[in-house]
Design a protein around this ligand. Structure first.
Ligand SMILES: O=C(O)/C=C/C(=O)CC(=O)CC(=O)O
Ligand SMILES: [Ca+2]
Ligand SMILES: [Mg+2]
Length: 425
């Protein structure tokens, strides 16, 4: 049976709402109390499979050092065929009718660790980070607040996937707390900026994808093969200080307002696992230039949610609340178009480059992927359970994003990306 078959079952039982059934098998980097080495793991249910130990036991045809090099980069650099075959072999080893690992109690207890007992790390060594701006609803919402409601979309927006070169050094894995940034901001009633902690700290709900197959300088990626260059996807929170952003961003785009931290989920869901959830993306009018024209469905049906958990009150309690529900399939520009556009100038990419989709907003009020949009720039604060109000993020707040593809009786999920905001340093 192929690894995406909905009927497949693992000897590691998974509930229907688990993000990590045998049909998923996302790759990540973990360490454990017994072994601090950063090594490659695959999530299955509530467990992690240690691929280095499977390779030591000759159950995977790769040198185990590939899985002990500290990131997924070495493994991913081996190429598309290796990612696919490795996932197939792991799927085979985890099937409920395969006794090889199931009945080898020594290997099984060493190579299958409960997820709650491991530490997850950044999955890739991130060569570069680019952030796109590909949700029409998001671009329209922000354009109408920051610029002109009559001409919310700038004239270039419908012709190319707009993006900016972000900051790779500050991409952090889920669970990493970040301090509120300081910077220049200009208050509405003043002509001169002040230097102060951001008062308009926000999240941006995004999906990210990792480059698995690079392209050389001067050799653009054709849109027809663009997806073959993608290893897989994660969830991404592009933390944004709106007051710093509004003062600094013209004409070269965001700088300090977004470079203080970008959080990603630890498990990279492969494009193979996402294949059953491919859907058409929105029709594009006007038709884009030929290098951006697609002849296949390149959208993906991924349900997304954001939860805000406010700082604990004096009794130490805090309840998380879902503040956004949306779907990745609403994105106007696809990953294939983003990659074709990114490289059309001759720009090269490297294994481990991270591309953000841009904030994912939909066309209902609760489908907005940022507080900027959910609260109309803080003017209509959200009222949380218990009465607390939020225009923007307060110190101690935790933002958690989750996402999954719904199959028939199973989910291919991303887990989550969580981050807490600490007071200014
Ligand atoms: O429209 C603007 O001026 C700014 C938009 C953003 O801050 C969003 C950005 O980072 C790109 C995106 O996430 O869509
Ligand atoms: Ca962004
Ligand atoms: Mg960022």
């Amino acid at each position: 049976m192929p690894p995406n078959d909905p009927a497949l079952k693992s000897f590691i039982a998974t509930a229907p709402e688990s993000h990590f059934p045998i049909q998923n098998l996302p790759f990540g980097i973990f360490s454990s109390v017994e072994d601090a080495t950063l090594r490659v793991g695959v999530a299955i249910g509530d467990h992690v499979v240690d691929l280095a130990l499977l390779a030591d036991a000759d159950l995977l045809p790769l040198p185990s050092e590939v899985f002990r090099s500290g990131s997924l980069n070495q493994f991913v650099a081996l190429g598309h065929a290796t990612w696919r075959v490795t996932r197939e072999l792991i799927s085979h080893l985890l099937r409920d009718d395969n006794p090889l690992l199931r009945d080898d109690h020594t290997l099984r207890s060493a190579a299958l660790l409960p997820q709650e007992e491991v530490t997850l790390h950044l999955p890739m060594e991130i060569a570069g980070y680019t952030d796109f701006y590909s949700s029409k609803e998001h671009a329209t919402n922000v354009g109408s607040m920051f610029r002109d409601p009559e001409n919310a979309l700038l004239p270039n927006w419908l012709h190319m996937p707009i993006g900016y070169n972000g900051r790779a050094s500050s991409v952090v894995v889920s669970g990493t707390a970040l301090h509120r940034p300081k910077g220049q901001l200009k208050l509405p009633d003043s002509d001169a900026p002040i230097f102060a902690p951001s008062r308009k700290l926000d999240f941006e709900l995004e999906a990210g994808f990792f480059i698995g197959q690079p392209n050389a300088l001067g050799d653009p990626i054709n849109i027809a093969v663009a997806e073959q260059h993608i290893f897989g996807m994660v969830l991404l929170n592009d933390w944004s200080a709106r007051d710093l952003q509004q003062w600094e961003y013209v004409p070269l785009g965001p700088f300090n307002s977004k470079s203080f931290g970008t959080s990603i989920s630890p498990w990279v869901v492969t494009m193979e696992a996402l294949e059953p959830f491919r859907v058409a993306s929105p029709a594009q009018v006007p038709v884009p230039l030929p290098y951006l024209q697609e002849h296949t469905d390149n959208g993906f049906d991924i349900t997304l949610e954001v939860t805000l958990k406010p700082a604990e009150d004096s009794s130490g309690s805090s309840v998380g609340q879902v503040i956004c529900k949306t779907n990745f399939k609403a994105m106007y520009w696809t990953m294939a178009q983003q990659l074709a556009h990114h490289t059309v100038s001759g720009c090269n990419t490297k294994v481990g480059d991270l591309m953000g989709s841009g904030t994912i907003s939909g066309n209902t009020p609760d489908a907005c992927g940022s507080l900027l949009e959910l609260t109309r720039n803080g003017q209509n604060p959200l009222t949380l359970t218990g009465g607390a109000q939020r225009g923007f993020i307060q110190d101690g707040d935790e933002i958690s994003m989750t996402g999954w593809c719904q199959g028939d009786g199973y989910r291919v999920g991303f887990g989550n990306v969580v981050g807490k905001i600490l007071p200014v340093q």
